[in-house]
Design a protein around this ligand. Structure first.
Ligand code: 6PG
Length: 501
């Protein structure tokens, strides 16, 4: 009888759930599948008759057909749906059974569920999964957190289905207790926003300086052969080369004209372009994980300025109508001698600045891990996080190898930029970054992520900052006190008699 039981259940047959179920089944596990709307689960099973999938219509049947301890992977929309499903499952489960949440849940929800389920003897894992649809199907990066015993019971499945690098190193690792796994995934997404914005700024700057889409694609393709190699650069090359097949040129103008209306959508677009990218509206959406990362930076007092630039750029992008109006009102203040042109850009230097900005984005993300590890008592292993990111996930890049090495040498590194592994990247990148920020600024092109990267770098290396002035101002208007450089203790000065009253 027990031979017919399934190894694991996947609940939720939207694309990520379905692809993970198929990936697990590919690896010779018997997978029970369930979806609240049964037709979706039927479709998943029917489309893949050769797979080891068993469809169950009710939760009772599903639970009754699982090996013990039962392992249930929830792949439903983050938020209330997860709580609802857990509530329905709870009466059907026994002590020691394992519930896993593979969605992008907020780590505090995961922490709460972990603690609540502990009271019921149920083991809980919040599982960060990165790699999009394709990753889920062929090998994602997996970041589980929660009950260590539960992790040990499912580690073989995660290892089997995850992305592999260097022949057979699995991109999955236990991250820590409670919400640690979802936290690691959340910060991954914060870094993802920053790296995407850096790439978008390079595209925008090159375009403004007269490069065509195909030329920009070649630039990224060449960089991708070296230290700048990354998944996001790779897809950028494809995106830049993609033709707009949906909109054949003849119909293009009519089509655009009928869409524009009063909402300014097509203002600034290259309406005659043959490339799809030029017809994509310049408003980027988001589902929230990048925002959560920045909220955590505020909460734990960590400077995430480059990650925040990635988020802010999305907010500003949404203000299309306002931007179009402002473009007609606000002067650029650009001198003719700083006019745009290909002569402004040295591609090699731009690549060096790109690598340094990417490194700073990672440095900020990992600084947040360090503060969170302390604040939440997780004992995060930074080397292992970097190792997990090397394959399958959206921010996979060659830079993760020296990041791993840096944490291998010093697991308690204060800041990634201080690791001697990056001396070359920093010395080549910093002058290039300065030139890039000043070129763009003199030409009136916004590159907020690069500008934040430079400001972070210079703030970090300021042995004496301007904060003495802030302290003096606080003491002046509010008697908030200050500390001195030459003596211990807390001081207040009567700055002048009028305000002292
Ligand atoms: C991943 C991605 C994924 C995320 C999308 C969209 O690692 O596979 O991070 O989890 O949902 O990238 O995120 P936004 O909608 O916030 O851009």
């Amino acid at each position: 009888m027990s031979n017919n039981l399934c190894d694991i259940a996947v609940l939720g047959m939207a694309v990520m759930g379905k692809n993970l179920a198929l990936n697990i089944a590919d690896n010779d596990y018997k997978v029970a599948i369930y979806n609240r709307t049964t037709s979706k689960a039927i479709a998943a099973a029917e489309e893949n008759p050769e797979q080891n999938l068993s469809l169950f219509v009710t939760l009772e049947e599903l639970v009754a057909n699982l090996k013990r301890p039962r392992k249930l992977l929830l792949m439903v929309k983050a938020g209330a749906a997860v709580d609802k499903l857990i509530e329905s499952l709870l009466p059907l489960l026994d002590e020691g059974d394992i519930i896993m949440d593979g969605g992008n849940s907020h780590f505090q929800d995961t922490q709460r569920r972990f603690e609540e389920l502990q009271q019921h003897g149920i083991q809980y894992l919040g599982v960060g999964v990165s790699g999009g649809e394709e990753g889920a199907r062929r090998g994602p990066a997996i970041m589980p957190g929660g009950s260590k015993a539960a992790y040990d019971a499912v580690a073989d499945i995660f290892e089997a289905i995850s992305a592999k690098v260097n022949d057979n190193e699995a991109c999955e690792a236990y991250m820590g207790s409670g919400g640690a796994g979802h936290y690691v995934k959340m910060v991954h997404n914060g870094i993802e926003y920053a790296d995407m914005e850096i790439i978008a700024e390079i595209y925008s700057l090159l375009k403004a300086n007269g490069y065509s889409n195909l030329e920009i694609a070649d630039v990224f393709e060449n960089w991708d052969k070296g230290d700048l190699s990354s998944y996001l650069s790779e897809i950028t090359v494809d995106i830049l080369r993609e033709k707009d097949l949906e909109n054949p040129e003849d119909d293009l103008l009519d089509d655009i004209e009928s869409q524009v209306g009063a909402d300014y959508r097509a203002v600034g677009a290259d309406n005659e372009s043959e490339f799809l990218l030029d017809h994509i509206l310049d408003i980027s959406e988001q589902k929230g994980t990048g925002k959560w990362t920045n909220q955590e930076g505020l909460e734990l007092h960590v400077d995430l300025s480059i990650l925040y630039s990635g988020l802010n750029a999305r907010y500003m992008s949404a203000e299309k109508t306002l931007r179009v109006k402002a473009s007609e009102i606000l002067p650029a203040g650009v001198d003719a001698e700083n006019a745009l042109g290909k002569q402004n850009i040295d591609i090699e230097e731009l690549g060096n600045a790109f690598l340094l900005a990417r490194l700073i984005a990672y440095a900020q993300g990992f600084a947040l891990y360090k503060s969170a590890s302390k604040a939440y008592g997780w004992d995060l292993d930074y080397k292992s996080i970097a190792a997990t990111f090397r394959g399958g996930c959206i921010i996979r890049s060659k830079l993760l190898v020296p990041i791993m090495e840096a944490y291998d040498k010093n697991p308690d590194l204060d800041n990634l930029l201080l690791a001697d592994n990056f001396e070359a990247e920093i010395s080549q990148g910093i002058t290039a970054l300065r030139k890039l920020v000043s070129t763009a600024s003199l030409a009136g092109v916004a590159i907020p992520a690069f500008s934040s990267a430079l400001a972070y770098y210079d703030s970090l290396r300021a042995a004496r900052s301007q904060a003495n002035m802030i302290s003096a101002q606080r003491d002046y208007f509010g008697a908030h006190t200050y500390r001195r450089t030459d003596r211990d203790g807390v001081y207040h000065h009567e700055w002048n008699d009028e305000t002292a009253e």
